[in-house]
Design a protein around this ligand. Structure first.
Ligand SMILES: [Fe+2]
Ligand SMILES: [Fe+2]
Length: 236
């Protein structure tokens, strides 16, 4: 067993939930109480529930590693960048958002009377999830296969760029609802995990959009834009 796994086992559930974004989903799936029972170590909690440690440690380690190292994507093949975007961002958003909606619903319910309660956040995250899902499906089914084939269609690219602006507006609303994702002094573990996850979602979405706008959607200089031979693009 590695040192990292040992140290994770000895950390409290509350500490893990508030330092590894997405850990609450792993705990929730395994019915591990990180809020009221958050002072117990992961080792104690797993022993009490008689759960196998290996899959839970692997899931937590994967979350820790998902940030990965910095790569110069301009020098990589388009298909490799698409694969990276699908794995690192599309798949990750599909993991993040349902869990964030669940946590937001819980915080809004339990802390309804708290003046700092982010009222309306769960609904906003639901809306963001729907918008993002529809956007990602269009990229996956229409645009990305064209880009992988060396075709850079002006119309679909500008529609996706326009939707990226709407995602930026949604992040601004998220900031307004959460006082710029600032926790109140006495926040519980669930609230802390929620805001940690929101910060991660925000950074991921911004990085995702940046990679698409600045690199993926820009035609490599060596290729002829396939549709430019038929249309200058100004009419689209
Ligand atoms: Fe995307
Ligand atoms: Fe996109």
């Amino acid at each position: 067993m590695s040192f990292t796994h040992k140290s994770l086992l000895d950390q409290s559930l509350g500490h893990i939930a508030t330092t590894i974004a997405g850990a609450t989903a792993v705990f929730h799936q395994n019915k591990l109480d990180f809020c009221c029972g958050g002072e117990h170590s992961l080792r104690q909690a797993l022993a009490k529930k008689e759960l196998d440690t290996a899959p839970i440690l692997s899931a937590l380690r994967l979350l820790q590693q998902q940030d990965g190292e910095i790569t110069d994507w301009r020098s990589k093949p388009v298909k490799q960048l698409i694969e990276h975007i699908l794995q690192r961002f599309h798949q990750r958003h599909r993991q993040q958002l349902p869990e964030l909606c669940r946590l937001a619903r819980r915080v809004e319910h339990v802390h309804e009377t708290d003046p700092n309660c982010p009222t309306g956040l769960a609904q906003h995250l639901d809306d963001m999830y729907q918008e993002l899902e529809s956007h990602m499906i269009k990229e996956e089914q229409i645009l990305f296969p064209m880009l992988a084939g060396g075709i850079y269609p002006v119309g679909p690219i500008s529609v996706m760029e326009e939707e990226h602006l709407q995602h930026g507006d949604a992040l601004e609303t998220l900031d307004k609802l959460t006082n710029n994702i600032t926790l109140p002094a006495d926040a519980c573990n669930t609230w802390t995990a929620l805001y940690l996850g929101l910060q991660e979602l925000k950074e991921d979405l911004m990085q995702h959009i940046l990679l698409e706008n600045q690199i993926l959607f820009v035609q490599p200089a060596v290729n002829q834009r396939a549709d430019s031979q038929m249309c200058c693009g100004s009419c689209q």
